[in-house]
Design a protein. Structure first.
Length: 79
């Protein structure tokens, strides 16, 4: 298995995280503030410039008000 940054699963994860942020009515800057990170952190994972490790993924999911397991199950459907 190669790097997953350009895989269909990674694309789906990015789409889900972006949609969850928008559904929550949050800007990238607001999510970044919740995470204690710069806005560019959010822009980079949403734009596919960087991957999230599992711990970051859990923090991002919670900052968006989404249960991490729910997102994982949706990504698994693509695989």
């Amino acid at each position: 298995m190669g790097k997953s940054i350009h895989s269909p699963e990674h694309q789906k994860l990015r789409e889900l995280l972006t949609a969850a942020r928008k559904k929550a009515g949050l800007t990238q800057a607001e999510v970044a503030e919740r995470l204690g990170r710069p806005q560019s952190f959010v822009a980079k994972y949403e734009g596919g410039e960087r991957r999230l490790d599992v711990v970051e993924f859990v923090h991002v999911s919670r900052a968006l008000g989404v249960e991490p397991g729910k997102l994982i199950r949706l990504v698994e459907k693509v695989a």
